[in-house]
Structures are given as structure tokens and as C-alpha cells.
Design a protein around this ligand. Structure first.
Ligand SMILES: NC(=O)c1ccc[n+]([C@@H]2O[C@H](COP(=O)([O-])OP(=O)(O)OC[C@H]3O[C@@H](n4cnc5c(N)ncnc54)[C@H](O)[C@@H]3O)[C@@H](O)[C@H]2O)c1
Ligand SMILES: [Fe+2]
Length: 383
């Protein structure tokens, strides 16, 4: 046996996992804290789909007086945070409830901070730059992908790319998982967000720094759930066990990568989101296979461990079976396969490679160095 290297691990303190919890939100929050006037941060798609109805009914029946900010945009810009925080102040809200996909949950985190702070938004970026406290924060995801409900990270669209805020204040006080909310998620989004969650588990497991026994256990458990249920959730959207497994798997992957951060798949995916507005999960799916191949020289043993955890037949080379398994899942899920299918032209690739180099926070975690020339070669492979 070898000694355990020192490690740090943090996550949210309170998680409730219940099918149909949205209809019990009033009781859950009443028992949780004295707040009465929550700001609900969501988007118009979630609202139009009627996902908020049961939650609102339950909150009002329990005597809450909620205020709704429903203007979150996918891959949210800074303006969404500023507007949500302004509404929180103007209406004297005493709690922020993120309700939606990763975009809504990310905006909710910073709205809770800026509702009680005058810190300029552009000074929040980076690691540990948030000063002071925030309003109480509760998160309810409606997609099974980002794991944002349990991460201390917000990703905003700024400066033609995606910029991250990482701070302990962004861990929620309470997370409520209700997989019934994910049943109506369209197939393309089920596939893309599910693949995003798988990428979180894989990149956490192979993260060069801060990988630890807890993040490893969570990543393996997440990948097992996600890999076994992705196609069922795509093909039979109302399959309750598949939806529950995807939501739980996405959260476990979120707990893993909040501690063992993601790496080059995300770094190369970000320019696709920032410049071309390709949805986050899809941009990860497009870059996953080229980056995994690039990483094989250092990560083959880890990939082989993950392949064994998924009970895959060993391939011709260590780790190869994991890569072919994932390529098969992406194909079968029906997501677009190539950059050319999502509006990128070959002439865009050098600029994207340059942009990706700015993601130093992520690239430093990659098991193999990625230079600008490597990034360009990887984009060419994905094109
Ligand atoms: N903070 C983190 O740790 C973290 C991690 C990964 C990704 N992200 C960020 O999360 C964002 C992506 O989040 P996302 O993939 O969850 O999507 P999203 O929040 O951007 O939502 C995408 C679309 O799906 C719709 N939608 C959401 N739930 C639905 C449901 N149940 N039924 C029908 N439609 C529904 C929304 O209305 C929206 O139109 C990106 O900005 C990404 O950068 C954050
Ligand atoms: Fe992601």
C-alpha cells in the first residue's frame, strides 16, 4: 500500500433527491430556512414548458411571495447576472432559487452574491476572487448535465469566450434533485447535456492536479450511471429510472469536477460556445474524442481503469476501448458529429486555437500539454 497524498474536498452541505420534489418545494423551504421572498432565477424556455408551475403553486400555498427573473440566456452574458441581482435588490428578496439548466443555476449563484455586494462583476473572474457573503442559495436543476447545482463555479460569456468564476461562496446551501423536471428535455439536449456530464467525470478522473480518492469514486460512480442510461433517456424520455440515473450521475460528476477540475476538452469547447454559440454539451461532445486520443500517452492507464469500471471488453491498446465506447455513444445519441455541422468553417480554426490557449485555468489540469499547434490539429481532426 502507498500512503495517501494530502487532498482537499468540498461540496454542498445538503442534498434532497426526490421524484416530484417541485410540488413539495414550499414545505421543503419552510423547514429549511426563515426566508419568505425568494428570487427565482430561470429562463423563458423552462417557464413556457410549465416546469415552474408546481413549484410556484407549492411556494405560494406555503406562504412564500416569490419574485421571478426569467431572462437568463443560454451561455449567459454578464448582463443577466447584473439584471437578476438588481431585481433581487429592488424587490428585497431574501433567498435565491436557481431553477433550470446550468445557465440559470450559474446566474443564480452570482445574483446571490451581487444582491448584497457592490463588487464590480469583472473583478469576480478567476479563483477565489469573490469577496463577502451572499444571500441563501438553493439550486434545482432541470437538465442532467452541467452539475452546476453542486459546483462552486459560474461560467459567463464574456470577451468573445467563456470566463469562469470559482469561489467557495458559489456552493449552494441546498440542492433539490427532482428528475421529473427533466422528462420533457428534448432529445438533442438530453444527449448533449448527458455527454457534458460524462466529460466532467472523465476529465475529473484524469485531472493532472487535485484528483483525489473522493473525486475518483464520484467520477466512476457517475460514469457508470451516465453510460448505462444515456441512450434510454434519449430514446424513452419518460423512463423514470433512466432520468433519475442521469440526474444523479450528472450531480456526482459535478461533485467530482468541482474538486478535480476539468481540462482540455472544456478548454477547446469554450471557443465554440463563445464565438459560435454551440450549446455547451454539444461543443464538448464535438471535441471529446480528439482530445482523449491526444491524452492517451499519459492517461491510457486511467482510461483503462474507467473502461474496466464500465465492464468494457479490453481493446487492442490500453484505454482504447473507452474511447471507442464513447464514440459509439455519441453517434447513437444522435448529436452532430463534426465542427462543420455546427456552422464552423475551416478558416475559423486558427482563431479558435488561439482563443483556447486563454483557458489556462483548464489547460493546466490536462494530463498532456496542449500547445496552440496541438489545439489547431485537434480542431482539424474534429472538423
Ligand atoms: N457552473 C458549472 O459548474 C458549469 C458546468 C458545466 C456547464 N456550465 C454552463 O451551463 C450552461 C449550459 O447549461 P445546460 O446545458 O444545462 O443548458 P441551459 O441552461 O443553457 O438551457 C438550454 C435550454 O434548455 C431549456 N431547458 C432546460 N431544462 C429544460 C427541460 N427540463 N425541458 C425543456 N427545456 C429545458 C432551456 O429553456 C434552454 O432553452 C453553459 O453556460 C455552461 O457553460 C456550468
Ligand atoms: Fe461542462
Amino acid at each position: 500500500m502507498t500512503a495517501t497524498a494530502p487532498f482537499d474536498f468540498a461540496t454542498v452541505p445538503d442534498i434532497r433527491c426526490r421524484w416530484g420534489a417541485a410540488g413539495e418545494l414550499g414545505e421543503i423551504l419552510s423547514a429549511f430556512c426563515p426566508a419568505r421572498r425568494p428570487l427565482i432565477v430561470t429562463d423563458t424556455g423552462v417557464r413556457r414548458a410549465g416546469l415552474l408551475d408546481a413549484a410556484l403553486g407549492s411556494l405560494r400555498a406555503a406562504g412564500f411571495d416569490p419574485v421571478i427573473f426569467d431572462q437568463v440566456q443560454a451561455d449567459p452574458p454578464e448582463a443577466n447576472v447584473i439584471d437578476a441581482a438588481a431585481l433581487a435588490r429592488a424587490s428585497a428578496t431574501d433567498l435565491v432559487l436557481g431553477f433550470g439548466g446550468g445557465s440559470s443555476l450559474d446566474v443564480a449563484k452570482l445574483a446571490a452574491v451581487l444582491a448584497v455586494s457592490d463588487q464590480p462583476i469583472e473583478t469576480l473572474y478567476g479563483i477565489g476572487q469573490v469577496r463577502g457573503a451572499r444571500l441563501p442559495l438553493v439550486q434545482m436543476p432541470t437538465t442532467a448535465g452541467t452539475g452546476s447545482e453542486v459546483t462552486n463555479i459560474t461560467i459567463l460569456s464574456a470577451r468573445d469566450s467563456k470566463m469562469g468564476v470559482v469561489a467557495r461562496q458559489l456552493f449552494a446551501d441546498l440542492v433539490i434533485l427532482d428528475a421529473a423536471l427533466t422528462v420533457g428535455l428534448p432529445r438533442v439536449h438530453t444527449a448533449a447535456s448527458g455527454i457534458d456530464a460524462m466529460v466532467h467525470a472523465i476529465e475529473a478522473y484524469t485531472s493532472r492536479i487535485r484528483k483525489n480518492p473522493m473525486s475518483d469514486s464520484l467520477a466512476v460512480a457517475a460514469l457508470r450511471l451516465l453510460s448505462a442510461n444515456l441512450l434510454t433517456a434519449c430514446e424513452t424520455p419518460s423512463d423514470r429510472p433512466a432520468r433519475e440515473s442521469m440526474l444523479l450521475g450528472a450531480m456526482l460528476a459535478g461533485q467530482a469536477f468541482a474538486n478535480a477540475p476539468v481540462a482540455a476538452v472544456h478548454a477547446l469547447a469554450y471557443p465554440l460556445g463563445g464565438r459560435f454559440h454551440v450549446p455547451h454539451g454539444l461543443s464538448n461532445a464535438l471535441m471529446l474524442i480528439p482530445v482523449l486520443r491526444h491524452n492517451l500517452s499519459a492517461a491510457a492507464a486511467h482510461y483503462a481503469e474507467l473502461a474496466a469500471a464500465l465492464a468494457l471488453e479490453p481493446g487492442e491498446a490500453p484505454g482504447a476501448s473507452l474511447i471507442s465506447h464513447l464514440a459509439g455513444l455519441i453517434r447513437a445519441a444522435g448529436a452532430p458529429q463534426r465542427l462543420r455541422d455546427v456552422g464552423v468553417t475551416e478558416a475559423d480554426l486558427p482563431l479558435m486555437a488561439r482563443d483556447a490557449m486563454a483557458q489556462t485555468r483548464l489547460l493546466q489540469n490536462n494530463p498532456v500539454e496542449v500547445t496552440e499547434a496541438d489545439a489547431l490539429a485537434l480542431y482539424r481532426q474534429a472538423f
